[in-house]
Design a protein around this ligand. Structure first.
Ligand code: NAX
Length: 332
């Protein structure tokens, strides 16, 4: 067995964490030969609940777990961590305006960013899940300047998996037959789920999704809006936001980052933009990403047309506004 890695999960007493922890402890993400020590951060009123989660971790009796530390203290949470999963955030309450939500989250991600910068391993791999995920990631990176920019990501893999799922169900194939869908932009209803480069393998033959579906109108309208609004549809039905599928997407994101993507395949991740595809440099934007030896790179030279450019510009505009509002909230 390797030396254990330290993984902090924030919002560890919440519902996504409850689905996530077991998959991490079972070796599903970082490998069957990789022991883990969990640092579980939540707010003080949740400490009793978190104790219960720790009891359950013990009761799973999983051999890769070398420790589970429940805490409400930032130093304990971030000390020497190799992986940081920021799941906790301030939820939107009724009557709350977007700027109130942003300023509450700016406070959280400013203090957690500062703690990450001070206490974490400098190679820490960061994934922000808590909403607004892209902008929370932007603020976190802003306050953790000593950690490399390429180590900051936010979750759009759930949207990516939703897009695969919609195509698979339309074509009555298994989701793993569908490859190279892309989520561009914000993890919000302005995201652009793009299948112009995606393919589907049916009876061993790989075909572009547009050829297989044979319904451009569906692909450009209903498909796009179904994926954009899927989170809201789950909330309407379940009266709770996505948790099982969110935890699965977190595992997919981290597993691919740790072990790499397959040749000629890409995934969607929010990363700090280098200006590719004329996106403002520094913005946390979801792109098609290939991963080799732990290094993320943006898939280049995909074709743009007026339709896709317009959708990408729209989600970019929303992210620029969110970022500016968040920055205002840091320095009122
Ligand atoms: P829950 O409300 O069940 O859990 C959140 C937990 O975070 C709570 O235990 C809370 O006490 C804790 N928390 C709040 N502030 C904290 C702080 N400052 N430090 C540490 N812990 C803190 O929410 P859950 O359903 O688990 O969702 C977590 C977040 O994921 C939400 O912000 C949600 O909007 C976001 N999501 C993001 C998704 C994505 O694809 N990027 C998809 C799923 C999900 O909607």
């Amino acid at each position: 067995l390797k030396d254990p890695i330290r993984i902090v999960i924030t919002g560890a007493a919440g519902q996504i964490a409850y689905s996530l922890i077991h998959q991490i402890c079972s070796g599903d993400v970082f490998g069957q030969d990789q022991p883990v020590i969990l640092h579980l951060l939540d707010i003080t009123p949740m400490m009793t609940v978190l104790q219960g989660v720790v009891m359950e971790i013990e009761d799973t009796s999983l051999p890769l777990v070398k420790g589970a530390i429940p805490t409400d203290d930032l130093e304990t949470a971030f000390k020497n961590v190799d992986v940081a999963l920021f799941v906790g955030a301030m939820p939107r309450k009724e009557g709350m305006e977007r700027k109130d939500l942003l300023s509450a989250n700016v406070k959280i991600f400013k203090s957690q960013g500062t703690a990450l910068d001070t206490y974490a391993n400098k190679n820490v791999k960061v994934l922000v899940v808590g909403n607004p995920a892209n902008t929370n990631c932007y603020i976190l990176a802003h306050y953790a300047p000593s950690i490399p920019r390429e180590n900051f990501t936010c979750l759009t893999r759930l949207d990516h998996n939703r897009a695969k799922g919609q195509i698979a169900s339309r074509l009555k194939v298994s989701p793993d037959a569908v490859k190279n869908v892309i989520i561009w932009g914000n993890h919000s209803s302005t995201q652009f789920p793009d299948v112009r480069s995606a393919t589907v393998t049916i009876h061993g033959k790989e075909t572009p999704v547009y050829e297989a579906v044979k319904d451009d109108n569906w692909l450009k309208n209903d498909f796009v809006s179904t994926v954009q609004k899927r989170g809201a549809a789950v909330i309407a039905a379940r009266k709770l936001s996505s948790a099982m599928s969110a935890a699965k997407a977190i595992c997919d994101h981290m597993r691919d980052w740790w072990h790499g993507t397959n040749e000629n395949e890409w995934v969607s991740m929010g990363i700090i933009s280098d200006g590719s595809y004329d996106i403002e440099k520094g913005l946390v934007f979801s792109y098609p990403i290939e991963i080799k030896n732990g290094k993320l790179s943006i898939v280049q030279d995909l074709k743009m047309d007026d339709w896709s450019r317009e959708l990408i510009d729209k989600t970019q505009k929303e992210l620029v506004e969110e970022k500016n509002d968040a920055l205002k909230a840091t320095d009122p």
